[in-house]
Design a protein around this ligand. Structure first.
Ligand SMILES: Nc1ncnc2c1ncn2[C@@H]1O[C@H](COP(=O)(O)OP(=O)(O)OP(=O)(O)O)[C@@H](O)[C@H]1O
Length: 602
């Protein structure tokens, strides 16, 4: 086997770009593999140029922007997200995708501030469609009152537009003007389900659009864009709302995520309606938040547990008549740190039968199912292509029945987007930062998030990267609010190439341009791996995740590989080249991994 391995060792040399259409048909046998190596060399000669993220299929084509807002502009999708069965070993227990119809092209733009410098991002944005070609006649019209589970199964999973989902015209207009035209799978499943007054647990992989999946039904029931007719008929809207009552409370575990959700609500509401939402995140001036609550009388508040609980305890936040409670990244909100604050919030948001409760995360361990049973009223589990009554979810968690149960971690195994590729590289401890630098250069990555476990080490890494000519900055909770938002702004507009951060940034952060995630320290488990990895490959874009570890830690990588149900290949970065271990290649050929990898080289 070692001899075989050495003969088949694959060296992918920098400077060569390989056409994926041909490579994805690479053979499995060794003899044909040798032939393929010759084929690689031949193709390589024909395609002179560095093997970079771009040459691997990460053709980040961001158009330079001229505006100053940095907002998504007119969206155009140029690349089809095709998924073969081997592409995703943990295939979800739903029918195979038969056809993915194209949506309007999505073209993302990022502004680079006054300098007008441009950064490249993927154009490969394509909300997935569901596989089921449901005859239209079977789709029941959306009711205004609470429906049965039978009704949910007929939800328009194959929605081609937001108007199919029962959203009010004003809201659809706003969505279109913000460039949102086609709902993602999880949105197609969740929106009508919530509109039918079901409490839900939403589980879908990172970057699949869960935020709008819960925001849109909320905005169609409350606030300035709501559907006037449905509100009149709604049993909850008995006219008992007092002037200062908050109608929706959205809780998120970090300030960054809280503020990101607020921005998303504001975008949808439009500038003239921005006051309908108020952020209540920690680290910001509390009295200003309290004044804004009094003056603006928002209908929605979004915040971190501590700050919401604090203001509520001070008697300045009236949530008893609340109609929607959302717990985003709910598995994180269940952690011990938030226990007191969460209890305060839950005790002051009215009775569960009188509000809709929405729990959301890419990772849903059984603790979340348990929490949903006690905090919600007859909830259902909504995933991208199915809706399941919660009583049918087994104690092992919302596991995929098509998967071997043995090693996989059900709460993590369905959390990774299929477009991600995973690698690890073994280096000595003292060479980790240099390996990160080499990795960034070899991949020609433009927007990199590097994760570490300890805050105090971040500065040192930034210093070393800057000394080697890479623009980098640290992001962690000890920085002030202004410092954090300045760094995020610089990172998003391309002034910083590497963001060195800790677990703070692992959840929810949406930076579509991020093309590479590096674990400079191992994540504590597969759930943490999944959330870190999910910062790249957002909404169908491709992304690469590289874990830099020591030899003694490889077994941990292997364990996470099994738990997540993805292949994590060994690689090296030498002399500016991205080198994939040939021995790995032989193994990955067996499980289809090679085809996945080769499909990048377009
Ligand atoms: N229907 C849509 N069309 C185009 N873009 C969308 C659509 N829905 C969401 N997006 C965009 O996709 C990106 C990812 O969405 P979002 O942050 O809600 O993902 P998520 O599933 O909550 O991810 P995570 O689990 O990491 O929190 C965002 O930039 C969002 O604006």
């Amino acid at each position: 086997m070692p001899a075989l391995a050495s003969t088949t060792r694959l060296l992918i040399l920098a400077g060569y770009s390989l056409p994926s259409q041909k490579l994805k048909f690479l053979p499995v046998s060794v003899s044909t593999w040798r032939h393929s190596v010759r084929f690689f060399s031949r193709v390589a000669k024909e395609h002179q140029g560095p093997l970079t993220l771009a040459s691997l299929g990460f053709s980040s084509q961001l158009e330079a922007t001229t505006g100053s807002t940095g907002k998504r502009s007119n969206v155009e999708n140029s690349v089809k997200l095709t998924r073969s069965p081997v592409d995703r070993p943990r295939s979800i227990a739903t029918p195979v995708v038969k056809a993915i119809t194209s949506v309007d092209d999505i073209e993302l733009e990022a502004t680079t501030g006054s300098k007008g410098k441009s950064r490249k991002v993927e154009k490969n944005v394509k909300p997935l469609r569901t596989p089921v070609d449901r005859p239209k006649s079977k789709v029941k019209p959306l009711g205004k009152t609470r429906g049965s589970v039978d009704d949910i199964e007929l939800a328009p999973f194959s929605a081609k537009s937001f108007s199919e989902l029962g959203l009010p015209p004003l809201l659809i207009e706003r969505l279109e003007s913000e460039g949102f035209k086609v709902p993602t799978d999880v949105q197609s499943a969740a929106i009508p389900t919530i509109l039918k007054d079901h409490d839900v647990v939403i589980q879908s992989y990172t970057g699949s659009g869960k935020t709008l999946a819960y925001l849109l039904p909320i905005l169609s029931r409350i606030g300035p864009l709501k559907d006037a007719n449905s509100t009149l008929k709604s049993k909850d809207d008995g006219g008992g709302k007092r002037k200062n009552d908050i109608e929706a409370v959205i809780v998120a575990p970090s300030r960054e995520l809280g503020m990101q959700i607020v921005r998303e609500v504001e975008n949808i509401l439009g500038p003239e309606n921005k006051r309908a939402v108020q952020q209540l995140v920690g680290g910001a001036n509390r009295s200003r938040q309290e004044e804004a609550l009094k003056k603006n009388k928002p209908v929605i508040v979004v915040g971190t547990p501590g700050r919401i609980a604090e203001i509520s305890a001070a008697g300045k936040l009236h949530t008893h008549g609340c109609r929607f409670l959302v717990l985003d990244e709910v598995d994180e909100l269940l952690s011990f740190n938030f226990r007191e604050a969460m209890r305060r919030i839950l005790d002051h948001v009215g009775r569960k039968s009188e509000r809709r409760t929405v729990l959301v995360s890419a990772t849903v361990p059984f603790a979340v199912i348990r929490a949903a049973r006690s905090w919600s009223d007859d909830p259902v589990l909504v995933q991208a292509k199915k809706v399941t009554p919660l009583e049918l979810v087994p104690p092992s968690g919302p596991v995929d029945s098509t998967q071997p149960a043995s090693d996989s971690n059900p709460s993590a195994s369905q959390s990774l987007p299929p477009s991600l590729k995973h690698y690890y590289s073994v280096v000595k401890l003292q060479h980790k930062v240099d390996a990160l630098r080499r990795c960034v250069h070899a991949m020609d990555a433009k927007c990199v998030i590097a994760f570490m476990n300890h805050t105090k080490q971040l500065k040192d890494v930034v210093y070393k990267l800057e000394a080697r000519g890479l623009n980098a900055a640290e992001l962690h909770g000890d920085l002030g609010k202004l410092g954090r938002s300045t760094i995020m702004k610089k990172f998003k507009n391309g002034e910083l190439r590497v963001l060195v951060t800790n677990e703070l940034s692992a959840r929810g952060l949406d930076i579509p341009e991020c093309d590479l995630v590096v674990n400079l320290d191992l994540p504590t488990d597969s759930v943490h791996y999944a959330h870190r990895a999910g910062r790249t490959g957002r909404l169908g874009r491709k992304g690469i995740v590289v874990t830099i570890c020591e030899e003694s830690q490889v077994f941990v990588v292997r364990k996470m590989e099994k738990q997540l149900g993805v292949a994590i290949h060994s690689c090296e970065f030498t002399e500016g080249k991205f080198v994939i271990d040939g021995e790995e290649k032989e193994e990955s050929t067996m499980d289809g991994g090679l085809m996945r990898r080769c499909s990048y080289r377009s």
